[in-house]
Structure formats: structure tokens, C-alpha cells
Design a protein around this ligand. Sequence first.
Ligand code: G3P
Ligand code: CA
Length: 257
Amino acid sequence: LTEYPEKTIIQRPIVAAHRGVPSLSPENTMTSYRQAYDLGADLIETDVQKTKDGHLVIMHDYTVNRTTNGTGNVKDLTLDQIQQLDAGVKFGPEFQGEKVPTFKEYLQEFKDKEVVLLVELKAADIEQQVIDEIEEEGMADKVVIQSFNLDSVKNSKVIKPEIGTGYLYSSAVPATENAKLKKAQQMLLYGTSMNTSLNASYSSLYQEFITYMRQRGMLNMHWTYRNEEHLHQSLNAGIIGPITDYTQWLTKSPIML
Ligand code: G3P
Ligand code: CA
């Protein structure tokens, strides 16, 4: 092995900034994504939905109520109506004027930057449109698509096999321990055959799965870390990619060997 010139090895997990850095700035806004990038996130996570008039925008909830000064379902509002909303002021007055980004804006911002985009599909039947926009920007090799909807994951894989995919798995359903285990095992087998990772919630992780995924080089991204104790438990168990609201906990604290 080649020795590093100094006894300092920067070793830290692959950090996915969940909706930007919502512990410091309003979630799913361009300001928050830029902050994630500036803090050194490896991936920037986002949630994509479609407006009434067919445009892809970024919003976690199905309504605009919690994060903006408006009301209504994303799917019942036009792009123009959504762009009138303020997506920053509820977080703090210093963020007044922040807009709901379009998916295109988010792609274009990071097109030439060293970061991977972790794109969650929050609506059914948007796979083709999402992939078309990714391809228009020539970003198929910079994006991972994930969804709680297995059909969306499968469709994405069929449309563009080169794009990385992840199935968002939570043991909330089904309820029994055996059923959870069985479902997760099925998903791991599916993931191996389809080159899709199992992006489990941290509360749904099993040590065997972490080992299994690591051995197969699966980019397993686990979520959503908002508690340092849970985060460190999972890191000690060997997870590679925490998805977190607190990018600043990880990227600014390299482990010095
Ligand atoms: O990236 C995983 C995580 O975002 C899934 O949950 O509800 O925050 O979209 P949610
Ligand atoms: Ca998400």
C-alpha cells in the first residue's frame, strides 16, 4: 500500500444532504442546496412533483402549506402560481423571497459541480419526464433516482438503466418482525439483480443487510438522521451513506486516523 505523506487520512461517510440543509436554511430551496454544496455534501437530495400544468417542481409535501406562504396541492397549482409563493419566510425573515425551485433549476445549478443529485420521485408517472430533463442536461451519470414506489424505481431502470436507482424502504409496513425481514430480503435480492440499492430508514436496518450491501458495492443511503446518537450507531455498524438534515455534523469533522 502507498503511504499517505502524513498520518492524516480524511475518512468520512458519503454524506447526502436531505432537502439541502434544513437545520440551517429552508428545505428544498436553492439557498439550502448551495449551502449543502458549500459544506461539502457528496449528494444533494430532493423531492420532485408535477404541477397542474405539467412542470416538474421541487416540494416534499403534497401541499405547499407547511413550507410556503400559500395553500393548496402542488398538483392543483400551476407553475406560475407556485412561483408566486415565498418558500423562505416561514423559516426566517432573512430568507424572505426564496422561491420554490423547478427541477430544471436544481439540475442546472449542479451540472458542472462535483456533486451527485439524489432525486426522489414523489409523484407516480413522472419517471419519463424526470429522466428526459436529466438527459437534456447530460446528467445521467450525476444522478441517483429513488422512490418509495417500487414501480417508479423499476420504470426508471427500464427507461435509463445507466442511472443509479434506490428503493426507499421503511419497515413501517408491513408490521411484524418476520414480515419486515422477509420484505427486506426480497428487496435486497431484487436490488442485486437490478443494480438498485435498498435505501432503508435507519430504524429498518439490520447488521446483515449493511454487510450484504457493502460487499456488493451497493450505494446504500439511509435516512433520515436528525439525531447524533442514531447517526453514530449506524456509522459504527458500517453504513456508507447517511441522508441527513445535518450535513455540517459530518463534512466538517473528518475522522483523523
Ligand atoms: O431520502 C430519503 C428521505 O427523503 C425519504 O423520506 O419523507 O423525507 O422524503 P422523506
Ligand atoms: Ca425525500
